[in-house]
Design a protein. Structure first.
Length: 427
């Protein structure tokens, strides 16, 4: 045990000093950067680590802390991007292990069930098609080895696994597998034989109408979801923030990592219907699986609910009011108009879109006050930040703001702009 621990420590030290860019080292580097950021944030939240020269000014201390946290957040973003690139280069090999492992499991299952029953053309066809599909997936993994292998086809524009693409890919892969399996059976069947006739009849569209309908619905849902999301993003009715890398949980959650009912039910229902179709194909390998119209209708309802969720999610950020922040210390200007140097509180909704809760994204928020762009300061508290939040932002009014009627507008980390809210700034 001690020798093994010493070897691991030596290996880690060698990787650290040799500039290794493997996935494990990149992941460890990102974890260390995140741990360092969290420790720095908690120190500042406890009032520690502030320069003595800034102790007399709350505004200067807040700005200095915000700048330090922003710089540390950029470091975590850089290490996260390095981890993402390393992950994309390593995951394609893991997908190959899964693909060829599935082929091996199919071969073992066929050999085990062939004892006593004998070998059949259906077994030969299934193994032939499995080898062909594994070869094509291997080629796709090789061509996209820098972006996740076959998973690159399922990743959306926001660098997350797309639920609709994954479901559509599953149905397309199953349908193509079933058709090729029947084609191989037909090729190995004796000419003009009963098996040949039954296999040819199994390709008729009448019995496979349910399968074709569900496959078509899943493909249409994938295309419609992409069009709906793109249109809503362009209209600033939906805010999308790019993720560092795809995760399996993206299939069941929203952009913030919270469970999504629309996505989860879509995956579960489609997986159940697909499993039913696979069982029918195993029991009747001479024909395309016949799906009952009840299951096809269930899949259609699931797809409609998924699309409805895509159409209604999110919303445009909105400024509802802007007020002057009451001074924390005593003074004679508790009730006064907004002047340069004061802090203002912007109240509204949608300032922090899903997926933008990370500190590097929060640091990208900007408030326009007239012609001046103000960076939203990061104010740490134990376990998070008190500013900015999804409903309230606090920013100072710079001295560069011209007195008079000016408009306040928030630009979120996703690039969406709120409505313009007018305020009066006095000398």
């Amino acid at each position: 045990m001690a020798v093994k621990a010493a070897e691991d420590a030596t290996t880690a030290e060698r990787h650290k000093h040799s500039g290794c860019e493997c996935a494990e080292c990149a992941r460890d580097g990102h974890r260390r950067a995140v741990a360092a950021f969290l420790a720095l944030r908690d120190r500042f939240a406890a009032g520690e680590g502030l320069p003595a020269a800034l102790a007399h000014s709350a505004e200067a201390s807040r700005q200095w802390v915000s700048d330090e946290l922003t710089q540390a957040a950029r470091t975590t973003w850089d290490t996260g991007r390095a981890e993402s690139f390393a992950w994309g280069g390593a995951v394609w090999r893991r997908t190959l292990y899964v693909v060829w492992g599935a082929v091996g499991a199919l071969l073992i299952g066929q050999l085990a069930t062939a004892v006593g029953a004998g070998w059949s053309a259906a077994r030969t066809a299934s193994l032939t098609v499995a080898l062909l599909a594994a070869g094509l997936l291997t080629l796709a993994a090789r061509l996209h080895r820098g972006s996740g292998g076959p998973l690159a086809l399922l990743v959306g524009e926001d660098n997350r696994l797309s639920t609709s693409r994954a479901v559509a890919a599953g149905w397309l892969l199953f349908a193509v597998f079933a058709v090729l399996m029947l084609a191989v059976e037909l090729a190995f069947a004796p000419e003009a034989g009963a098996n040949s006739t039954r296999t040819a009849d199994g390709l008729a569209p009448g019995g496979a109408a349910g399968l074709l309908t569900v496959t078509a619905l899943s493909c249409l849902a994938a295309v419609a979801a992409r069009l709906v999301v793109a249109a809503r993003v362009r209209a600033q009715r939906l805010q999308k923030v790019r993720a560092l890398r795809p995760r399996a949980a993206d299939l069941l959650t929203d952009d913030a990592g919270r469970g999504s009912l629309a996505d989860a039910q879509y995956v579960v229902v489609q997986a159940v219907v697909l499993a039913f179709a696979a069982v029918r194909l195993v029991r009747e390998p001479q024909r395309l699986p016949e799906l009952p119209w009840g299951l096809a209708l269930l899949a259609a309802v699931s797809a409609l609910m998924y699309l409805a969720g895509k159409y209604t999610e999110g919303g445009r950020p909105t400024v509802l009011s802007v007020v002057r922040v009451r001074p924390e210390e005593g003074g004679f200007d508790r009730d006064a108009p907004i002047r340069t140097g004061d802090d203002i509180e912007i109240r509204g909704s949608g300032f922090v879109p899903p997926g933008a809760e990370e500190p590097d994204r929060l640091a990208r928020m900007v408030v326009r006050i007239g012609a001046v762009h103000v960076q939203v300061p990061l104010v740490p508290v134990a376990g998070g930040f008190s500013n900015p939040t999804d409903t309230v932002l606090t920013v100072p009014v710079p001295v560069d703001v011209e007195p008079g009627r000016v408009e306040v507008q928030v630009v979120t980390a996703a690039g969406a702009e709120t409505n313009r809210y007018p305020i009066d700034v006095l000398d």
